[in-house]
Design a protein around this ligand. Structure first.
Ligand code: IVH
Length: 677
């Protein structure tokens, strides 16, 4: 064989191998090689194609990003219209749909009942049509108005999960196959994109759907490629006559899958209406864990024969319905902005809203984070705004609708004094946050400090919630943290909605909190930038509170996680006479922790070992697990290599677990951490 022939053989093999990896990754969800190996193959392919441009073919996996088209998007006519779906806004409306279908089928010539349903997630993206001729992707179009869309082939080619060439089967590929489905932006990509937008002081996208739409309508495919969109198919459009499509929706989706087209794994057959509702409930539970946004469930009659019998009304099929989740986004009016003072004096702008029902609750406040965010959103008082509340997260103001701005809209301005204590407000260079300079003179800061002190991860005072702390502060029963330990049951029992019993319980909980650990106590003090993990590291390093209080900046910085800024906050905190008094008062009140012998380096059981943590841990956070391992002398690395001694694998461990197994690295469950001391 000549050198040229060898190279061409290699080229073919590389293309086939890359296509195969894509299929395993995007369709089967079972990647076989690490990303680095995939990249190596791709680079080898690109190198050959660079030397031999005459060998480049449009279906080569390297040819995803092409040049900009000269004109805008051309029009595409849909031979079979792209329909929409009727919506059911709740379970009752779905049951009414089921009843309509049952009645319709019963009155048919050969009376029959509804067979199975297929349930699919309602993907929140954009409908597209992909046209494959003889196995090659030749055209992609948006839905448009259903009969006419736009030609977005060049942008669609950049979506890595969409095959440029269908997988060859034992059965021949159809001469023509039109695949329909949803292009969407995975949540991880959306978050990354918005993070970048924030850093570059650009407007963020309100939601993944808008981000996907904006990315797909780019005239430059190179930009679309960077947005890392994804695709799942949900139906078949035109097909050439010689090809035999399966007789149910479920089987058709499997056919598509076998051609290498991605279909979500979240689909399920439901034998009756009850099973559909069960699926709806289950997927709603699962929603927060999914890698993509969904806004409901699409239920379709599974049998194609029955679908044909039921037909269409205007632009929607009779045999399918979208059962929507309660909206997570709504519009309302921004009535004003208040500034709330936090524990460290940070002033947070909070939007006061005309009450709106969103994500299952009525919302009248939403956080605006800081003034940089207010500026970035370009929002003004009086604006119509979009509010989002997903799951249990605090409501966010995600965008202002400028076209609806009233003429008397007002700018949002930062106050120059603290709304609570009237001390001046400062903005440190390089920080987005405004701060009240009042320190513990400011009653708002004191109250927040007490809430933090009592919280679960700090002193864990059961029954002392935020509302009760507010009451204690308002009545001046507690002004300083240490006053907590002077409270008496008699005083507490007199408060509204308290009684003898709950007062006794609270006093007992306060008493119990005295028995703590040094790490929890350091964290409870609420020193700026000192979170739970840093507090643990400090406790492990200094062992004695006294040594920590007297430590030099240099010594502080020798502790894991502590840099010059944290060291400065620690020193400022411990140098403050008020804080010193508070600490003595707290110790005087009886707060104590077991004294620990400082372990010498030779006693550290995991000294010299390198660990990697992966998957979701259920009994502690990743950072806690890391701190624990490090306190015993181990190093914690981000990726598995032959130098790794052990992997701690939580739930849903993925590629790192696989790699550890391949390399023969020891793998432990999270219970391993619990038995370490
Ligand atoms: S089937 C004839 N299945 O929802 C049926 N649509 O509201 C046509 N969508 O335009 C659509 N997930 O963009 C179908 N599993 C799914 C879907 C889905 C999301 C979108 C699609 C459609 C819109 C209709």
């Amino acid at each position: 064989m000549s050198k040229q022939d060898l190279l061409q053989t290699r080229l073919k093999a590389l293309r086939a191998e890359i296509d195969e990896h894509n299929y395993r990754y995007y369709v089967l969800d079972q990647p076989q090689v690490p990303d680095a190996e995939y990249d190596r193959l791709m680079r080898e392919l690109q190198a050959i194609e660079k030397d031999h441009p005459e060998w480049v073919s449009a279906d080569s996996p390297s040819q995803r990003v092409g040049a900009k088209p000269d004109i805008g998007f051309a029009e595409v006519l849909h031979q079979i219209p792209m329909l929409s779906l009727d919506n059911a806004m709740n379970e009752e409306e779905f049951l009414a749909f089921d009843k309509r279908l049952t009645e319709r089928l019963a009155s048919a010539e050969h009376s029959e009942s509804i067979g199975e349903y297929i349930c699919e997630p309602k993907l929140d993206g954009l409908a597209v049509s992909l046209r494959y001729e003889n196995g090659l992707l030749v055209q992609a179009a948006t839905r448009g108005d259903g009969s006419k869309g736009e030609d977005i082939t060049l942008n669609i080619r950049t979506i890595k999960s969409i095959p440029l060439k269908l997988r060859a089967q034992t059965e021949a590929l159809p001469q023509l196959l039109e695949v329909r489905g949803e292009v969407f932006m995975p949540l991880s990509v959306f978050e990354k994109l918005n993070q970048e937008a924030k850093q570059n002081e650009q407007k963020a996208f309100a939601n993944p759907r808008n981000a996907a739409a904006g990315s797909l309508r780019q005239l430059d495919p190179a930009i679309t490629a960077k947005r890392e969109l994804a695709f799942y198919a949900y139906s078949v459009g035109q097909v050439s006559d010689e090809f035999k499509l399966a007789s149910s929706q479920y089987q058709r989706l499997q056919q598509l899958k076998s051609f290498g087209i991605p279909v979500t794994n979240e689909i399920a057959i439901a034998k009756d209406k009850q099973a559909v509702l069960k699926y709806y409930q289950q997927i709603q539970q699962k929603r927060a864990q999914l890698a993509f946004e969904i806004d409901g469930v699409v239920t379709k009659v599974n049998s194609i024969a029955q679908q044909e019998q039921l037909g269409f009304v205007s632009r929607a099929p009779r045999w399918a319905i979208a059962i929507k989740f309660p909206a997570q986004e709504e519009m309302t009016q921004l009535l004003g902005v208040d500034f709330q003072v936090g524990r460290t004096g940070a002033l947070t702008p909070v939007a006061r809203l005309a009450p709106v029902f969103v994500g299952g609750v009525t919302v009248s406040n939403a956080t605006l984070h800081n003034m940089d965010e207010v500026e970035r959103l370009g929002v003004m008082i009086g604006d119509t705004v979009i509010i989002r509340r997903a799951g249990d997260v605090i409501p966010q103001l995600v965008a202002a609708i400028e076209s609806k701005r009233p003429s008397d809209a007002k700018l949002i301005t930062a106050p120059d004094e603290c709304p609570v204590c009237q001390s001046s407000v400062e903005k440190a260079a390089g920080e987005a946050v405004l701060r009240c300079t009042g320190g513990l003179i400011c009653s708002a800061q004191r109250t927040q400090a007490i809430k933090h002190f009592a919280s679960r991860k700090a002193m864990d005072i059961d029954g002392l919630g935020d509302k009760l702390v507010d009451t204690f502060s308002e009545l001046k029963m507690i002004e300083h943290i240490s006053d907590l330990y002077q409270l008496e049951a008699g005083q507490i029992a007199k408060l509204d909605r308290m009684g003898e019993k709950s007062a006794q319980n609270l006093i007992a909980a306060i008493e119990a909190s005295k028995d703590t650990s040094l790490a929890k106590f350091i964290y409870a003090l609420g020193i700026r930038e000192v979170g739970e993990v840093t507090a643990k590291n400090l406790a492990n390093h200094f062992i004695e509170l006294d040594s920590l209080m007297k430590a030099s900046a240099e010594e502080l910085e020798s502790v894991e996680d502590v840099g010059p800024i944290v060291a400065k906050h620690l020193q400022l905190f411990f140098a403050n006479p008020h804080n010193q008094q508070e600490i003595s008062a707290l110790l005087q009140a009886g707060i104590h922790w077991p004294s620990v012998e400082k372990k010498s380096a030779s006693e550290l059981p995991l000294k010299g070992k390198t660990f990697v943590i992966t998957g979701t841990l259920s009994t502690m956070s990743r950072s806690e697990a890391k701190a624990k391992l490090e306190s015993l002398g181990a190093k914690v690395a981000g990726s598995v290599s032959k130098n790794t001694d052990a992997l701690i694998a939580g739930e849903k461990a993925g590629s790192k677990l696989k790699k550890a197994q391949d390399l023969g690295v020891a793998v432990h469950g999270e219970d391993y951490l619990e038995q370490l001391n």
